[in-house]
Design a protein around this ligand. Structure first.
Ligand SMILES: [Fe+2]
Length: 225
């Protein structure tokens, strides 16, 4: 299932190969949507046995302004300041997506009470919950360029956000569908259902050109075809 091809590349499965992007690569301009990683997540085992972890925070700008994951509660000031540097206040965010309900991904939802909130398979605006078919495996389209796609496994209702038309092609903001570029030794340990997640991961590798993982830097997917 896993074959190391060299220092910077790795076959994940079949014809899919993932390649880390440069550490400085956090912006993926596009038309009509651009994707920016505001904070790359991490997961670090400490000497005392604890794990220091935070989830990746990603901003999608275009016709709608979309925040994917909000980091942990400790990221509150960072998030507000980083949005401010981009000329944005909390009220400017149209949609907030929480890929799944872990504390290092949805710690700041309350900063955005006016946004459409998509957390796992729940889609709400204020206290009004919108019907959707995420649980039946269907994407929830924000518009023709941005879709929230079900990607279960890490948790039962995990979602990812697919953005088409960037300079790098299709970008998938993947939450913890992927921990990082080379996560074959780690993702199963934190998966609620590895068989289901394997299917979700293969679908992501089939369709995305760049994947933004939940606890690492963006990486490119190469397909042999
Ligand atoms: Fe998680």
């Amino acid at each position: 299932m896993e074959t190391i091809m060299g220092k910077d590349s790795k076959v994940v499965c079949g014809g899919f190969q993932t390649v880390p992007l440069s550490e400085s690569r956090s912006d993926f301009p596009g038309q009509p949507y651009s994707v920016s990683v505001l904070k790359a997540g991490y997961c670090l085992l400490q000497a005392d046995g604890t794990i220091r972890a935070d989830g990746t925070i990603t901003l999608i700008t275009g016709p709608r302004t979309i925040l994917v994951d909000t980091g942990g509660p400790w990221d509150r000031d960072f998030l507000l300041e980083t949005l401010k540097e981009r000329g944005l206040g909390p009220g400017d965010i149209d949609v907030v997506v929480g890929t799944h309900g872990h504390s290092d991904h949805i710690g700041n939802l309350s900063l955005f009470p006016t946004a459409v909130m998509i957390v796992g398979y729940d889609v709400s605006e204020g206290d009004a919950y919108r019907p959707n078919k995420l649980a039946e495996g269907h994407a929830y389209r924000i518009d023709e360029h941005v879709s929230v796609v079900p990607s279960p496994g890490h948790t039962g209702q995990h979602v990812s956000v697919q953005v088409t038309g960037t300079s790098e092609g299709t970008v998938l903001v993947a939450g913890d569908l992927f921990e990082c570029c080379s996560d074959e030794d780690s993702w199963r340990d934190v998966s609620m259902d590895t068989a289901v997640q394997e299917v979700s991961r293969l679908e992501a590798l089939r369709t995305a050109d760049v994947i933004i993982p939940g606890h690492g830097l963006p990486f490119r997917v190469l397909r042999n075809s």
